[in-house]
Design a protein around this ligand. Structure first.
Ligand code: R5P
Length: 328
């Protein structure tokens, strides 16, 4: 019988081809050979072009825009691998879309995060590896092992380097909403800064209203942390409030650059001096005007290490021993 740890194969979803290539370079393996085609009517077909029988297979696929196509592609990938007799299928989902509908906060609404978890399970997935899920409890929506990574080590390395260069003086970490306080707090501990919190109220998909600021940001360099920047309503409204309260400089950081609708125009405004994001979602051309103040950090090595550990049945939480772990 073939040893499940013997052979590792890593395949790319179309939205994550560049990131997959980076992960494969880290793992020193070839990107798995496959072809994904879209038929004229919009149906998707995946064809695996190499033997995967009994192998330990990873598919790296963010369910970012176009969300429904990327989600369907990922499900079809799993079905294809299952029928090709893969030994174990791990879905690596750097950005898990549909995560923000994670509870019934009013009557007659769906819980799409649970629905997507059900679809992924039903397709035949064996385990899931994700980064900064919008809410930690989404792990429990899967009746499968889920390894939940945090991008904080990637951010900590980048910001520590800036500190070494003499930037980020008088630092204050700000959580632009109460949901992200723990992450901002652990970043404040890691980077050595104060903590402040903003109380946010969402008015619609793209409009938010900021309430109170808890803590002082006067003459501070503010580092704002969120999991997602989507329409950028949250961070730009927060930035206005921080400026009114005397912040010297404002940097916005988020793991997942969804960046849709008015995001580019909003983030181009002068209140925010720098936007730091990860490559869990590929940056589309429409964000080019933001490039002068946009920094893209790579989660490739982090995913590579996690895959290496899963493949060799080693602890994944060890990766976070000396840094802020994922949201709990
Ligand atoms: C919400 O709870 C999330 O953590 C983000 O704050 C939100 O998704 C950002 O959305 P937007 O950029 O559209 O304000």
């Amino acid at each position: 019988m073939r040893d499940i740890n013997g052979d590792l194969r890593v395949f790319p979803g179309r939205a994550s081809a560049k990131l997959t290539a980076e992960v494969c370079r880290f793992l020193d393996c070839e990107v798995g050979a496959s072809r994904t085609t879209t038929f004229p009517d919009g149906e998707i077909m995946v064809k695996i072009d190499e033997d995967v029988r009994g192998r330990d297979v990873y598919v790296i696929a963010s369910t970012c825009e176009p969300v429904n196509d990327n989600l369907m592609e990922l499900l079809i990938y799993v079905d294809c691998l299952r029928r090709a007799s893969a030994g174990r299928i791990t879905l690596v989902i750097p950005y898990f879309g549909y995560a923000r509908q994670d509870r019934k906060d009013e009557g007659r609404v769906p819980i799409t995060a649970k629905l997507v978890a059900n679809l992924i399970t039903a397709a035949g997935t064996d385990r899931v590896l994700a980064i900064d899920l919008h809410a930690a409890q989404i792990q429990g929506f899967f009746d499968l092992p889920v390894d939940h990574l945090s991008a904080t080590p990637v951010f900590v390395d980048y910001f520590k380097d800036l500190k070494r260069k003499g930037e980020l003086k008088d630092l204050c970490l700000v959580s632009p909403d109460v949901g992200n306080v723990k992450v901002a707090e652990s970043m404040a501990n890691r980077l050595g800064g104060e903590l402040a919190i903003i109380n946010k109220k969402r008015l619609s998909g793209s409009a938010v209203e900021t309430g109170n600021l808890i803590g002082s940001v006067e003459n501070r360099t503010v580092l704002m942390f969120d999991d997602i920047i989507s329409t950028a309503g949250t961070v730009t409204e927060a930035a206005k409030l921080l400026k009114e309260n005397g912040a010297k400089e404002i940097i916005a950081a988020a793991t997942h650059p969804v960046l849709v609708g008015p995001a580019v125009e909003r983030l181009s405004r002068p209140e925010i001096s720098r936007v730091v994001v990860c490559n869990t979602i590929p940056l589309p051309e429409r964000v080019n005007p933001l490039k002068p103040k946009l920094v893209e950090l790579s989660v490739g090595p982090l995913l590579g290490q996690a895959i290496h550990r899963i493949h060799h049945n080693e602890s994944v939480s060890e990766l976070f021993r000396n840094t802020a772990g994922p949201k709990r």
